[in-house]
Write a protein of this length. Structure first.
Length: 95
């Protein structure tokens, strides 16, 4: 299994900010953002909740879920785990 080196993967807050998803307002250490699993749908209330401590996430609409920034990057980009990890280590912002 590939393991990231310390500091090579952004924090959940840094990741969301890098992808223009951080915006204003957090609640209890989490951030709700539009779910990339169903783009184009009008989300008056964002359905993907991301924990800013560990990057775990769950979508209340489609059930997408995962643990950590690598899994979140997979959801956002559609990459496999290895590609997402490599992209994050290289500082990529694929969308």
């Amino acid at each position: 299994m590939m393991r990231p080196q310390d500091g090579s993967i952004p924090s959940p807050a840094e990741y969301l900010d890098r992808h223009g998803l951080m915006g204003a307002g957090t609640a209890g250490g989490s951030k709700s953002v539009p779910c990339p699993q169903h783009p184009g749908e009008d989300e008056a209330m964002p359905t993907l909740t991301v924990c800013l401590d560990d990057g775990s996430f769950v979508c209340s609409a489609c059930g997408a879920r995962g643990n950590g920034v690598v899994a979140l990057h997979q959801l956002v980009t559609g990459m496999d785990r290895r590609g997402a990890l490599r992209d994050l280590q290289e500082g990529g912002k694929d969308e």
